[in-house]
Design a protein around this ligand. Sequence first.
Ligand SMILES: [Zn+2]
Length: 286
Amino acid sequence: MPEGDTIHRTAATLQRAIGGQVVTRFESMLPKLTRVDADAPLSGRTVERVESRGKHLLIWFSGDLVLRTHMRMNGSWHIYRPGERWQRPRRDMRIVIETATMHAVAFTVPVAEFLTSRELLDHDLVAELGPDPLSDTFRADDAIARMQSQGDTDIADVLLDQRVIAGIGNVFKSEVLFGARINPFAPVSQLTREQLQAIVDVATRFMRANVGAAASGSIATYGGMRRTTGRADPSARLWVYGRGGQPCRRCGTPISRQKQGPYARSTYWCARCQSVPKVQEVPRVP
Ligand SMILES: [Zn+2]
């Protein structure tokens, strides 16, 4: 399940593979894209740069054309040398961008569209993105202010809102709240600025730790080795996500799991390490 770290790594890998190169051939199974290619061919354009914004991947071509893709649950980008065998069947192919030395292939991407830079500026989903912890321009105070504007919404749901902070998905949601020792069901209005700061700090640390190593091999979109514990052992990579019923790595309490929020996404947490915040007691007048 690609989150911001995966897309960031994908962008870096694609940038290295096809950045600065001239497109020699373009192919797509998506009529929306082939229509644009028929009117204003991709062949002959230069791949100016590839970047991530939150969970959106943007490929900029010369002549003011941007390809936006979003992986959702199953989409992925692969890179291959010309003639190299693909690791997924051709029926899953949605987009192929070929240069003289590399082929970038998107499989089962559910969201793909061409935009001009002007259209990108006006694009609801991209323009409204909150600050991205993986961006050089990330400002924690901006993220905190956006969190504080969410009132009584559960903090776990606030973290999934891409307009508040960009790039966090369901895995990081649980991991970050464990790392900051915050109960996922706490309304954001009950959290102190220090607690919100801690959440943003942990989110930044966890996400940046997962972009250090660019993907090697042919699969650019590869999130399989995401880890937050700092441990390489595959069974010890995460603190709580996917560990319902197993002992907390800190205190041994069985990890809890519950569906949460409007989309019923699974939330994992330790009821002891992340106890429900105490309601502030009103001082009694003697
Ligand atoms: Zn615990």
